[in-house]
Design a protein. Structure first.
Length: 107
């Protein structure tokens, strides 16, 4: 819903979602724990025809071909938290090199 080309104020905090759905800005998908989150982000991008970026991208090396095919860029890191918890088992110092070699754009 727009008034003279501007998002009406009652949308409040949803303005980013509206801008993303109208392809004004990419949706930033915050993925932290596993490749399943990244697969979900690629599925959302495809189903709703929105541009997305994958933030953190832990485990993205496991779905690198899917990311490259969908032309979804990744912001890799921070890698320094890898030793903090076993839940971060998909963090690797090689993520950026692996993604780059598979044609995934890194931001």
């Amino acid at each position: 819903m727009r008034a003279e080309g501007k998002i009406q104020s009652h949308w409040g905090g949803l303005s980013s979602i509206i801008k993303s759905s109208e392809e004004e800005i990419p949706a930033r998908m915050h993925t932290s724990l596993d490749p399943g989150e990244i697969s979900a982000a690629t599925n959302i991008a495809k189903e709703f025809n929105v541009d997305v970026t994958v933030d953190h991208g832990f485990g993205s090396q496991m779905v690198d071909e899917k990311l490259a095919e969908a032309n979804i860029p990744v912001i890799a890191g921070p890698l320094m938290i890898a030793k903090l918890s076993p839940m971060y088992k998909y963090i690797s110092d090689d993520i950026s090199a692996i993604l780059s070699s598979k044609g995934v754009k890194l931001l």
